[in-house]
Design a protein around this ligand. Structure first.
Ligand code: SIN
Ligand code: FE2
Length: 217
């Protein structure tokens, strides 16, 4: 145990961890900007509130979601897709803050994917007990661009699997400020979030918020 590694021990160490070819975790990458990101999320959610979407099968999703940027990911009885307007009010999704764009581009570049310009940011909100089952991100037209996923608030256990649903999944703890990037040969890997444990985070209370940046078209 080196003291510098555990300097911010309640928030986890910094550094990078390779998960697979084209996939890695940038530990603590978003931590210095977290308070600004959280303020932006609060503003976005006054205009496009968090809601639990319906799956095509008619179940309510466990995590609550909203979006910002030119396109937002939605799910309803008709399926999964990207829409330019929030179906709750018919208005365009709130614009993507410049700080979000810069963070996503910087993280992608640090992971070996320069020139990433996301057109969609899905914002997932988890409370203790909620989860996200194993899935692929495959509603995007441009599979050359990576996924950039930012964790804020309560810790979560991330499942990172293979290209087939039945492949074994790695489990890794994602802490406040961690960023996961997967692209290239890992772009269609299955992933998910185990049911969230009870807890309270200094900035977000009983919540985890995940920003998922994508290039949808
Ligand atoms: C997602 O796959 O959309 C979310 C993953 C996460 O919450 O870390
Ligand atoms: Fe996903």
């Amino acid at each position: 145990m080196t003291p510098d590694l555990f300097e911010n021990c309640d928030e986890g160490p910094s550094g990078r961890e390779e998960l697979a070819p084209g996939a890695l975790v940038l530990r603590g990458f978003a931590r210095p900007q977290a308070e600004g990101l959280i303020a932006e999320i609060a503003e976005i959610s006054t205009r496009a509130p968090f809601r639990q979407m319906l799956t095509p099968g008619g179940q309510r999703m466990s995590a609550a979601m909203t979006n910002c940027g030119p396109l937002g990911w939605i799910s309803d009885r008709h399926g999964y897709r990207y829409e330019p307007c929030d179906p709750l009010n018919g208005k365009p999704w709130p614009p993507m803050p410049a700080s979000f764009l810069h963070l996503a581009a910087d993280a992608a570049a640090a992971a070996g994917f320069p020139g990433f310009v996301p057109d969609a940011c899905l914002i997932n909100r988890y409370e203790p007990g909620t989860r996200m089952s194993l899935h692929q991100d495959r509603d995007e037209q441009d599979l050359a661009a990576p996924i950039v996923s930012v964790s804020l608030g309560l810790p979560a256990v991330f499942l990172f699997g293979g290209l087939n649903r039945s492949d074994r999944s790695d489990r890794l703890a994602l802490m406040h400020g961690d960023v996961v990037v997967w692209g290239g040969p890992s772009r269609l890997r299955f992933h998910g979030i185990l049911p969230m444990k009870e807890g309270t985070h200094a900035l977000l209370g009983r919540q985890r918020i995940n920003l998922t940046f994508r290039k949808a078209v």
